[in-house]
Design a protein around this ligand. Structure first.
Ligand code: GN1
Ligand code: MG
Length: 356
């Protein structure tokens, strides 16, 4: 690994390289150095998930350069990608794996479960600010994962996956498959509004779960959104929806005790409050109208993706035990049911916040 790190322009002498975090997709390491005060994040990007890493890094560098020009502290308020000695933003090793490095932002921390309402509110502000900073970004972005949050495309994959039944698991999953099918039209109806432009397309993060937001250890405030792998054009509603999916869940997203899974409306409100304090004046009427639905859409998509991966034989997400994707599926179904039960209250909360 040291020989890989040596391909990048790092300050200081490498003293330690160790695994970091719990990402579902990439392999992440922290690289500690001596003599420079600067540590780094090294990642092996998952080429199964990201077929074109150079295009992905193009997106990330363009977006972070844009943000850096606008913020007070460009080293802490967005990621800094570190180039290789030959001026690229990735290194491809002999086995074909792609590696990237960015700086480790000191005195920063991430969380898997929200610890306070204020933290949730800060995170809402953080994503709102991320979207505002990129509202005038006008370069085209590569579509690094085809149809990432496009449920029409997800259904195409889903139908193929069911037809193939690669792992022979389908027959034991009738309740879960029925759950997906019974909501297919409702989700497509929402997506049609994105397709026909009623809901606008913007630069979005697309993976706004809690652990992808960096907080300042000392102030507790949000520093920036990290894991920019999926920065693309989509509806901003997805960023809000995916955040609520993790911030407002009373427990972790793969809790096997489904009785612990439900949407906390106080956290939903705190997140929306923070988000709207940044974005209220910039959202269109259609975005405001569908804001409360966004968490249902993205949680549904997540159920479909976890279940599809289980049906496919666990090819996409890293798993920690054989039934992990099924547990994730069922846990997220419990969350979606809770959102459905509370949907009218969620709509009221959004209206109250917009009226303030
Ligand atoms: C993945 O990369 P990571 O672990 O932050 C996934 C997201 C899912 C999430 C579920 C590229 O996110 O879409 O919502 O797991 N990222 C990709 O926890 O598929
Ligand atoms: Mg990711």
């Amino acid at each position: 690994m040291e020989s890989i790190v040596s391909k990048f322009v790092l300050k200081g002498r490498i003293s330690q390289i160790s695994p970091l975090g719990d990402g579902f997709i990439n392999d992440t390491y922290i690289v500690k150095t001596e003599g420079s005060g600067q540590n780094y994040i090294l990642q092996r990007k998952n080429s199964n998930v990201f077929p074109d890493v150079p295009a992905m890094m193009d997106n990330i560098v363009a977006v972070t350069d844009h943000i850096k020009k606008k913020v007070a502290d460009p080293e802490r308020e967005t990621l800094t990608v570190v180039p290789t000695v030959d001026g690229k933003y990735y290194y491809k090793d002999e086995t074909g794996s792609y590696w990237t490095v960015c700086t480790y932002i000191t005195d920063s921390v991430t969380y898997d479960v929200a610890e306070s309402l204020e933290m949730v509110r800060q995170a809402g502000m953080g994503i709102g600010r991320f979207q505002s900073l990129l509202s005038d970004f006008d370069k085209p972005l590569h579509e690094v994962i085809k149809g990432f949050h496009n449920i029409r495309w997800r259904f195409t994959q889903w139908d193929e996956s069911l037809a193939k039944d690669a792992a022979g698991r389908k027959s034991g999953l009738m309740d879960e498959i029925y759950f997906i099918e019974s909501r297919r039209e409702e989700m497509l109806d929402f997506w049609k509004l994105v397709e026909n432009g009623t809901i606008p397309t913007r630069v979005t993060h697309n993976d706004t779960k809690l652990s992808n937001i960096l907080f300042d250890v000392n102030s507790g405030g949000v520093l920036c959104a990290i894991d920019l792998d999926t920065v693309m054009s989509s509806t901003s509603l997805n960023d809000v929806g995916d955040a609520i999916r993790s911030y407002a869940n009373a427990t972790v997203e793969d809790d096997p005790d489904y009785s612990r899974v439900y949407i906390r409306l106080d956290r939903f409100e705190a997140y929306m409050d923070g988000y709207l304090s940044e974005r209220k004046d910039s959202l269109t009427d259609s975005e405001k109208e569908w804001l409360a639905f966004a968490p249902l859409y993205i949680t549904y998509e997540q159920v479909l993706r976890f279940l599809m991966d289980y049906i496919d034989g666990d090819k996409y997400y890293k798993i920690k035990y054989p039934e992990h994707n099924l547990v994730r599926t069922r846990s997220q179904i419990a969350l979606l049911r809770s959102m459905e039960d509370n949907y009218s209250r969620m709509q009221e909360i959004v209206l109250e916040l917009l009226a303030r």
